[in-house]
Ligand binder design. Structure first.
Ligand SMILES: [Fe+2]
Length: 208
């Protein structure tokens, strides 16, 4: 399983376009507050901005970036994974981590079920917050994209103290490939990583 980070992925004009779409959606959508990352909500979540205070983030599902740009991400996903049968599943989601939504954190986890491949595209930020995938740390820059096998690879962001005004905004593209089979995980190793992460995250939480 290759994780490949590509920098300067989109043209400046495409980045500006995506940012403008996000701005419009951020200002037009009503806000819902949620714990459990929105799982406890019974509404049509696609038309809201959903604040998940337990992750310190806001999620906007169903961001329409247009077919041409979408195709650019699909082609990239095929190229980096070598999986030509992959398909974009569901809608593109935008997430911004920001202290105004709670204490930002992303604990070590594998996502459940399908889809099984994710493109993580960093739209904007004013901080460095790496993504660790199976113990390899990737430092994202704005306009960089990283593919991860999110149901098979343990991934998280290291515990980090956010100051007021710190933010990072990401777009997520979920794919399913019928031919992809991930390896079995070493659950004991995973729980050690998780325990270490919780120790560090608790220190961050205590600073609040
Ligand atoms: Fe995940």
């Amino acid at each position: 399983m290759n994780n490949i980070k590509k920098e300067n992925f989109l043209l400046d004009s495409e980045v500006r376009y995506i940012k403008s779409i996000i701005d419009i959606e951020m200002s037009n959508r009503k806000i819902l507050l949620s714990t459990m990352n929105g799982q406890s909500l019974n509404y049509d979540q696609d038309s809201y901005s959903i604040i998940s205070s337990d992750f310190g983030r806001i999620n906007l599902r169903k961001i329409e970036i247009g077919k041409l740009l979408e195709e650019k991400f699909i082609q990239h996903a095929k190229e980096v994974t070598g999986l030509n049968d992959l398909e974009l599943c569901g809608a593109v989601m935008f997430t911004e981590y920001n202290k105004k939504y709670g204490i930002p954190s992303l604990m070590p986890h594998c996502d459940a079920g399908e889809p099984n491949i994710l493109l993580d595209y960093q739209v904007y930020s004013n901080i460095d917050w790496s993504l660790v995938v199976d113990n390899v740390e990737f430092f994202g820059k704005d306009n960089s994209v990283l593919n991860i096998y999110n149901t098979s690879q343990l991934h998280y962001r290291p515990a980090k103290y956010f100051n007021e005004g710190d933010f990072i905004g990401l777009l997520f593209f979920n794919f399913f490939s019928p031919s992809f089979k991930g390896p079995d995980r070493n659950l004991l190793e995973d729980s050690k990583v998780r325990e270490e992460w919780f120790v560090c995250q608790n220190k961050v939480n205590q600073k609040e």
